[in-house]
Ligand binder design. Structure first.
Ligand SMILES: [Zn+2]
Length: 326
């Protein structure tokens, strides 16, 4: 959701698919390979958010990669947000992730108050106004990697209905966890990653709960999440924006493509640098709406997407496309 060398090694897989639960339409095995490569490489990843001032996120080489690139301006961000909002309305699937007051103790209680088998889907679909736990958000984001929205949703519901509590997941045989999430793809890799996170949480915190992140700063949250094996910067950005209501702007394949077309990032920019640049340029108060709208539009618009099908529609974004990049 991210030192230069670490990002370079992760960008393709960890920015491929971004959403609170599953946006990727380009399925590949890159995530699996990267995840497996990353898991024994925690030290490398931790450099991303090291407290060492020389390699923090504020390092000019990472956080401000294009200091002289003037776009987007706040006005451009607002214009695109307003155009997309008028065109699509606010995408309701993201409504539950909007900022609202939340009690961390309440959420921990929610996590411990797990449903019985068969009731999970009801809980999941009835969450409506009830905020998902941060841990649910992290796992659902992890399951969304390199698969479709539909399959990752099914995998998450299957996991939650097979195992009433996260403690049950940790205690279960790995094969059983794999079977529960198989429909989401890369089951063995994802199951291993999930169990590693749960085990690490239990060992470090004494309970399997991530609600404590709600009381941390963005940089503290990044440090904390990146300390878990298998969690990359794209996943972190998604958890920050969708599940912790922090002002972060993940760059998924749709956002990246449209941002490049609008000249919001220089020609040749990679997704890592785009993430840092856009997070610098986009006003915090616009990040959530703009991100949700760009993801929604990128998936739906034939003109803005290489994969959407159907009749060509009127696109509210192409008017912003840069003549030098379009
Ligand atoms: Zn479009």
């Amino acid at each position: 959701m991210s030192t230069s060398s670490s990002w370079d090694g992760q960008k393709l897989s960890f920015f491929d698919s971004i959403s609170p639960a599953k946006t990727s339409v380009s399925v590949s095995t890159a995530f699996g390979r990267e995840l497996q490569r990353k898991m024994p490489a925690a030290n490398k990843r931790q450099k991303l958010h090291s407290p060492n001032p020389s390699i923090t996120e504020d390092s000019p080489s990472t956080c401000n990669p294009f200091p002289h690139h003037p776009n987007p301006t706040p006005q451009e961000c607002r214009g695109v947000r307003d155009s997309l909002l008028a065109f699509h309305g606010f995408p309701q699937q993201f409504a539950k992730y909007q900022k609202k007051p939340h009690s961390s103790s309440e959420a921990c209680d929610e996590v411990s108050d797990q449903p019985k088998n068969g009731e999970t889907e009801l809980l999941v679909t009835s969450l409506g106004d009830r905020r998902e736990s941060v841990l649910d958000g992290l796992i659902s984001t992890l399951l969304s990697q390199n698969t479709t929205d539909s399959n990752s949703s099914k995998a998450f519901v299957s996991l939650k209905s097979t195992f009433p509590t996260w403690e049950d997941v940790l205690a279960a045989d790995s094969k059983c966890v794999e079977n529960a999430i198989r429909c989401g793809g890369l089951a063995a890799t994802k199951a291993s990653c999930i169990k590693t996170i749960l085990k690490s949480l239990l060992e470090k915190k004494g309970k399997i709960c991530l609600e404590y992140l709600r009381d941390m700063s963005v940089n503290e949250i990044k440090d904390e999440l990146c300390s878990f094996k298998g969690i990359g910067p794209k996943t972190v950005a998604c958890v920050l924006m969708f599940h912790l209501q922090q002002d972060d702007f993940p760059v998924d394949t749709h956002v990246f493509r449209i941002a490049k077309a609008m000249g919001w990032v220089p020609v040749g920019a990679d997704r890592e640098k785009a993430y840092h640049h856009l997070n610098r340029r986009i006003p915090n108060e616009l990040k959530f709406d703009l991100n949700c709208l760009l993801v929604t539009h990128g998936k739906a618009c034939k003109k803005c997407s290489r994969v959407a099908s159907g009749p060509s529609n009127t696109c509210p974004v192409t008017q912003y496309y840069s003549s030098t990049t379009n």
